[in-house]
Design a binder for this molecule. Structure first.
Ligand code: GRF
Length: 220
């Protein structure tokens, strides 16, 4: 007699679901875009926890509203990097929540060897320019001041440098005559909200291979 086994797809999907630890310092609109992509079934992931170095950051409220563990970690005594006890605390919280990938979403500190070593090639960042142009702060203002006709956003793996890691996805944004820093930043953010879920899905589905500086995208 042949026994028909029930399909295992559901169980397999649950086991394979990657857990994201999101770290941000600000409003969390990229975090929201990631949640929305998960809700639409476009990103096979779940958010394990959200961390911020800013106690009143909106990103923490967005997490709490969804019942996602949200933690403030004091970055002192450092102002521009995640190091020392704060770095250790972040690693411990990410580990406690069984984080597979770290998603930097508006995190305003440089990450250092401790976190990079804990999540090798498993930390992503989004930057509001077409890297390697305009790394660092207020990239949309840098683009306007420089007078480029196009800018955009970049999702990349994080390495020891500032906005230097291998590039996964970029989106372009044209600069209009009447643009101000805020109108341009708003249009860049629209593209960020498309680019981040897209890049994450590529990485989580195992469809990226880092080859030196280049990230090869493998077919489905
Ligand atoms: C984004 O523009 C991102 O590129 C930069 O910080 C900003 C974060 O915005 N790294 P939000 O907190 O996701 O709204």
């Amino acid at each position: 007699m042949r026994v028909r086994l029930p399909p295992l797809r559901g169980a397999a999907t649950i086991r394979a679901m990657k857990r994201l630890g999101v770290i941000g310092s600000g409003s969390g609109s990229n975090f929201q875009a990631i949640l929305d992509a998960i809700d639409r079934g476009e990103l096979d992931a779940e958010v394990a926890c959200v961390l911020s170095d800013v106690a009143e950051a909106r990103i923490l409220d967005r997490a709490r509203e969804r019942g996602i563990p949200a933690c403030y970690v004091d970055g002192a005594p450092y102002r521009t990097k995640l190091a020392g006890r704060a770095e250790q605390a972040v690693i411990a919280i990410l580990s406690e929540h069984r984080t597979d990938y770290v998603v930097l979403a508006g995190f305003m500190r440089m990450v250092k060897d401790g976190l990079l070593g804990a999540y090798p090639r498993r930390i992503l960042n989004i930057h509001p320019s077409l890297l390697p142009a305009f790394p660092g702060l207020a990239s949309w203002e840098q683009a306007l001041t420089y007078g480029v006709r196009y800018t955009g956003c970049t999702v990349h793996f994080v390495d020891v440098g500032m906005d230097t890691g291998p590039i996964i996805v970029q989106k372009t944004v044209p600069i209009h005559e009447e643009d101000t820093p805020s109108t341009l930043h708003a249009r860049i953010q629209e593209q960020e909200h498309i680019a981040y879920p897209e890049a994450l899905q590529l990485v989580l589905a195992g469809r990226t291979r880092v080859d030196g500086r280049r990230v090869r995208t493998l077919p489905e």
